[in-house]
Structure formats: structure tokens, C-alpha cells
Ligand binder design. Structure first.
Ligand code: AWU
Length: 471
């Protein structure tokens, strides 16, 4: 009698991860990759696709996952609208997103070759919402959304139904999304920047449209959100998409001990910053940061500096290198001892988690919103573009954990009114602060051992491994 024992270990399921080269998109997908590798418990092997100019962003990920994650470096495809040497949206103007979406399509052929020549090719690809064409690589494609579920609902509606305006000249014309829960509505100027740029009949824009439509035609969706804050929108996505394979795995946060080098080296030595914060009273510091893309105008910098000065509050203000020369003369001297200006990049998650930080003046990029929710910090909202108006409305009107300060990329707040709101945010006993603390516990529970997002991550892993084994 021959006893057959299952000697072979089941092959690891090989997953290809393809982030979009913009900090707000790469940061969550790379941290998700880390969670996937750790939680996958050896059943998954991961390849992360980057171009040479973005390889350094993988340094922490590769060193902290002991060989379970490998880089695939493909040359950046040249593009007439992207200067030589630029491979990340951070070095492009805001309109650079669509040029980058277009340029990366030219990785299709080299990527197809790599897959066909690979000894154990990936059975699935998880790629950013801006990389819809990866749905056509012959792999099961999972969309990764670094934005909110409500944003996915709105983008699906916009690109599948292509609503037109009744009053093309009126930027205040309101678009209402009646098929989406809560029937969100926005003036035209707050609708997706990319959608508003669409030109019918132009091959460039028809490719952009098809990129979003390919998300809807893909196999599944992994999203950086969680059911306690977006349950209705997640359920709507499961019904509204062509598939119900939707996994909410957020808030995606840096691995323990890595909250101070996320997305790039901090400009100020971390111990200097932490010592400065340690010297402040609990909840008395306002953190001011507008994400990785937004650069304030000179008038906005002046109004913000004046508001911070008049408010008498303690603050940490992160300002882009390109805007530093607009800081009013003498400002930093006049706020010495209570204000710290960081030129460049700050360890945002480490700062938000510090006990001294009580409020966050933010543009409401989705990563910043989730990080503020997880740290229980009151948000002072100033949305600028893209999905930030949707995020700000969710934060203020639905979750009740934020206060409106301003809105619009060209708006300039009144510095006296701004000073009043800033002062109240760290001294007032606002009910929004109580709600923020409560929501923080829900966010951390969601990614805890028995939390909803951890369960969804495990379900995603089980699903992808089963697909790999069925191949
Ligand atoms: P965040 O999403 O907050 O903002 P953007 O960089 O603008 O990213 C999409 O990404 C958003 O939904 C869009 O609206 C668009 C974009 N950070 C840091 O650690 N230090 C800094 O000095 C500045 C930023 C981190 C921050 C966050 C990320 C920014 C998904 O906004 O912690 O993780 O960079 O992402």
C-alpha cells in the first residue's frame, strides 16, 4: 500500500502591488502591503512595482518584512507633459495627476513581459484607483482606494453616468447624487477636479474615463476606511459596483515604531520636535498641515500666520519648501516659545498621537482625516481640491468631529475669525472633541485583533489565497 502524504507546502500566493506615485496614494498602499505580509503569515509573497525615482520609498517596507516583499523596478515611461527625471506627482503641478495617469499606462508592455517570463507569476494585482488599465493584464485585479468609500461612490456615479451641467457657465450649479445614501450634493466647483476637466471626444480624456470605468469592471475593491465611519457607503458600494467583493481595511496606519518616518525623512530631528511637544500642556497644541501636494498662496500664508499669531495658541505649522519665502518677516520671532514652523516634511502620525496636540488644521486629505480620527484629534477643516470637500462634509456634518474654518484652494480666511476658532479649539470644551475621542476608540478597535477591519483583511487574504490555489 502506498501512503501518500502531502509533503509539499502549499505554494505561496504571489501578489503584485502597484502604488500610484503620489505620497497620499503610496503611503497607505505600502503600509497595507506591510499588514498583508505580516497578517498573511507566510502564505503570501508580495512584489511591489515602482519606478527608480520612487524606490527609496520602499526602504522601510523592505527592511521590516524580512524578504517577504520584493521590489520590481521598471523604467519610468517618458511622457511629453512630464519633465525628465520627474517620477512622482509631488514634483508636478496639481494638474500633474492626469499626466501621470497617462504616462504610467506605458508600463503595460514591460509589465506584461515580466509577468509572462516570471517563474511563479502573480495571480492577483492590487493597484491604485488611478491605474484602472491594470485590469487588462490577465490577473485578478483588486482596486486599492486611498480615498473614502463615499468618494468611490461619487466617482463611480460620475464616470459611469457622466452627468452634464444644465448651466455650464455657473460653477455654483449644484450636482446632487440621489442614488448615493444621504444624497450628497456639491456645487460644481467642488466636484472631482479630474472629472471637471473631462473633454468629450478627446482621446486623452477618454483614456482617463476608461481608467475609472475599469475600476468598476475589476474583480474587487480594497479600501482605506472602516464600517463605523462609512458603513452606509461601504454597503452601497457592494450593491452599486459590478461586484460585492469590497474589503474595508482601514484606518491603515504605520507599523508600530514607524510613525516618525512615514512618507519621507522628517525635516526637523524627531527628538527636537518631540522635546518641544513634551514641554506643552495636554491638548494645547494645534498641528497645521495641508498634505503632500497643497502649496498655500502668499495671501493664505499671511492670513494663516496672522491668525496663529493673534490666537495666542501653541502650534506646529508644516509649510512646503516652495512656500517658505512667503512667511511674513518677523513672524517666527514674534511667536518664539509657542510656535514651531517646520519647512518640508513632518512625522504627522507621531505628532497627531502626541498628548499635547489638541487640534489639527487640515485640508482633509483622506489619509490625514483617518490619522486624525485614529488619534482622536479635533479637525479644523479647510478642504482645497479633489475629494477633500467630500471628506470635510463627512467629518463636520456626519461624524461631528470637526469644525469648518475655510474652504477652497483660492480662499483666504479672515485672520480675526481664524484666531477665534483656533483659540477656542484648544481651550473650549467643544462637544466635537468628545466625539473625536470616542471615534478614536472605534478606529483603533477596527484594526485591533478582533476588529472589523482586521477581519476584513483576513477575509481578503483568504480570498486571494483561494484564487491563487484555484489557478
Ligand atoms: P493626505 O491624503 O492627507 O493628503 P495628500 O498628500 O494631499 O493626498 C488622497 O491623497 C487624498 O484623499 C486627496 O485628497 C489628496 C492626496 N504627511 C506627513 O507624514 N508629513 C507631512 O509633512 C505631510 C504629509 C503624510 C500624512 C498622510 C499623507 C498625506 C488619498 O489629498 O500623514 O499620510 O502624507 O495624505
Amino acid at each position: 500500500m502506498v501512503v501518500v502524504t502531502e509533503q509539499h507546502k502549499p505554494n505561496k500566493t504571489h501578489i503584485l502591488i502597484f502604488p500610484f506615485p503620489a505620497q497620499g496614494h503610496m503611503i497607505p498602499l505600502l503600509d497595507f502591503s506591510h499588514r498583508l505580509a505580516v497578517r498573511g503569515g507566510g502564505s503570501i509573497s508580495i512584489t511591489v512595482l515602482v519606478t527608480p525615482g520612487n524606490l527609496h520609498f520602499l526602504r522601510r517596507l523592505l527592511s521590516s518584512t524580512a524578504g517577504e516583499i520584493n521590489p520590481l523596478v521598471l523604467p519610468f515611461p517618458s511622457h511629453p507633459s512630464i519633465p525628465n527625471g520627474v517620477e512622482n506627482v509631488k514634483d508636478l503641478p496639481p494638474s500633474g495627476f492626469t499626466s501621470m495617469i497617462h504616462a504610467l499606462r506605458n508600463l503595460h508592455a514591460p509589465l506584461r513581459s515580466w509577468i509572462s517570463e516570471h517563474p511563479s507569476p502573480p495571480s492577483a494585482i492590487v493597484s491604485d484607483i488611478f491605474l484602472g488599465w491594470t485590469h487588462r493584464l490577465g490577473l485578478r485585479r483588486f482596486v486599492f482606494s486611498p480615498s473614502a468609500a463615499i468618494t468611490c461612490c461619487i466617482l463611480n456615479h460620475l464616470w459611469l453616468e457622466m452627468p452634464t451641467r444644465e448651466k455650464p457657465g455657473d460653477d455654483n450649479e449644484v450636482l446632487e447624487f440621489r442614488k448615493i445614501p444621504t444624497s450628497p450634493k456639491y456645487p460644481w466647483w467642488q466636484v472631482s477636479t479630474i472629472y471637471r476637466g473631462y473633454v468629450d471626444g478627446d482621446p486623452f480624456w477618454e483614456f482617463i474615463r476608461d481608467t475609472f470605468r475599469d475600476n468598476w469592471a475589476s474583480w474587487g475593491l480594497v479600501i482605506n476606511s472602516f464600517s463605523d465611519i462609512e458603513g452606509v457607503y461601504l454597503e452601497h458600494l457592494k450593491r452599486d459596483m459590478a461586484y460585492d467583493r469590497v474589503w474595508a481595511v482601514g484606518p491603515i496606519l504605520p507599523p508600530p515604531g514607524h510613525d516618525n518616518d512615514r512618507g519621507g525623512p522628517t525635516t526637523l530631528p524627531i527628538d527636537h520636535l518631540m522635546t518641544w511637544l513634551d514641554a506643552r500642556d495636554d491638548g494645547h497644541v494645534i498641528y497645521v498641515c495641508f498634505g503632500s501636494q497643497t502649496v498655500l498662496t502668499e495671501a493664505q500664508v499671511r492670513a494663516l500666520a496672522s491668525g496663529l499669531e493673534k490666537s495666542g495658541t501653541h502650534f506646529v505649522w508644516v509649510i512646503k519648501d516652495s512656500a517658505c519665502d512667503t512667511i511674513p518677516g518677523g513672524f517666527e520671532d514674534r511667536v518664539t516659545g509657542r510656535g514651531l514652523v517646520i519647512r518640508g516634511w513632518a512625522p504627522q502620525v507621531a505628532v497627531l498621537n502626541h498628548r499635547a496636540v489638541g487640534a489639527f488644521l487640515t485640508h482633509c486629505g483622506w489619509n490625514s482625516v483617518l490619522e486624525a480620527v485614529a488619534s482622536g484629534v479635533l479637525m479644523l477643516t479647510w478642504p482645497m481640491q479633489a475629494d477633500q470637500y467630500t471628506d470635510a462634509n463627512l467629518v463636520v456634518d456626519q461624524l461631528g468631529v470637526g469644525v469648518r474654518v475655510c474652504e477652497g484652494a483660492d480662499s483666504v480666511p479672515d485672520s480675526d475669525e481664524l484666531a477665534r476658532v483656533l483659540a477656542e479649539s484648544t481651550t473650549g470644551k467643544r462637544e466635537e472633541k468628545e466625539r473625536a475621542k470616542k471615534l478614536s476608540r472605534a478606529a483603533l478597535d477596527a484594526v485591533g485583533e478582533s476588529g472589523s477591519s482586521t477581519k476584513e483583511l483576513d477575509a481578503f487574504i483568504e480570498h486571494v489565497v483561494s484564487l491563487g490555489q484555484a489557478k
